[in-house]
Ligand binder design. Sequence first.
Ligand SMILES: *Cc1c(COP(=O)(O)O)cnc(C)c1O
Length: 361
Amino acid sequence: MSTGFPLSRTTKPVPEAERAAILAAPGFGRYFTDHMASAVWTLDGGWHDSKVGPLEPFTLHPSAAVLHYAQEIFEGLKAYRHADGSVWLFRPEANARRFARSAKRLALPELPKEDFLASVEELIRADEPWVPRSTGEESLYLRPFMFASEAFLGVRPAARVIYSVIASPAGPYFASGVTGVTLWVSSKYTRSARGGTGAAKCGGNYAASLAAQIEAEQHGCDQVMYLDSAGEGDLEESGTMNLCLITSDGRLVTPALGTILEGVTRDTILALAADFGLTPVERSVSLNELRSGAADGSITEVFAAGTAAVVTPIVGFRGDGYEFTIGNGAPGKQTVALREHVLDIQYGRAEDKHGWMRRVL
Ligand SMILES: *Cc1c(COP(=O)(O)O)cnc(C)c1O
């Protein structure tokens, strides 16, 4: 494409006072900015019509393939305002690469990395006043996505596809301090099988996870912990976040890639582990190992990693007929320190030794 995403500004922006009220308590995913980025792909014409324009509904034919066969992928990343007013992205190239991998798995067209970055950055420039002046962990959440818009009920890759980016201001994930969560180990549902779509960030994975989430809530848990679908009893991930364990002998262990989503936050934590005196290890970890490690103290901390919450301490697990806590049931010290360090890099309070930050404004 590489014609960029030229801006045509909305004539009806959200009034300033209303925007200020929203930014004072944005929550998550509730409010949207004035603009959106979009582009269209057709089998004959490739990518075209790239632009940033007013936020508006799509018009879709009722037979649009996405509504029937869920040919859809998405990404999630944040824009951070630093104390000097500048606005930055964190490792957006990693999101662009993952978006391309997800596209391939869902038989969607690949969006060039440059276009992914241009769409996100042009949208941020158009909606600059929506990037919160952060006093804590506020950010502008960016949601790039792509879906099959062709009107056709045949089962084959769609010949018409829409790419878009929307933006939503996000408040601090843990409004009243970082608290730990309890995970439900589902023995009924899995999220991913070998050869399936577990490594792709696609809407269908999330649709399939909702019943498991209900099951978790019915058992008094916050989220689900998925095990492998082959019945090996190996830990996978929580469905929106990757799992990490800290051991008493100084290892930071996380399940190896394959059927899990390759999180940018997971990769960031692995890269930072050494700075915290931890040896990063990617391997399979069984539920039995977790249970016995929690009981004998050889597993000292557990957390989940993902863009939305950065790092979420996990303080306990529950499953069919058992439950156990990690450590003393409070968020782990290294977990909290890792979380703070990632945030310090993202908000420009710590040196960006890895060159992860990309300035937009
Ligand atoms: C997005 C996502 C994650 C976390 O990835 P980040 O890049 O760290 O935000 C983990 N698991 C699943 C299933 C996801 O969709």
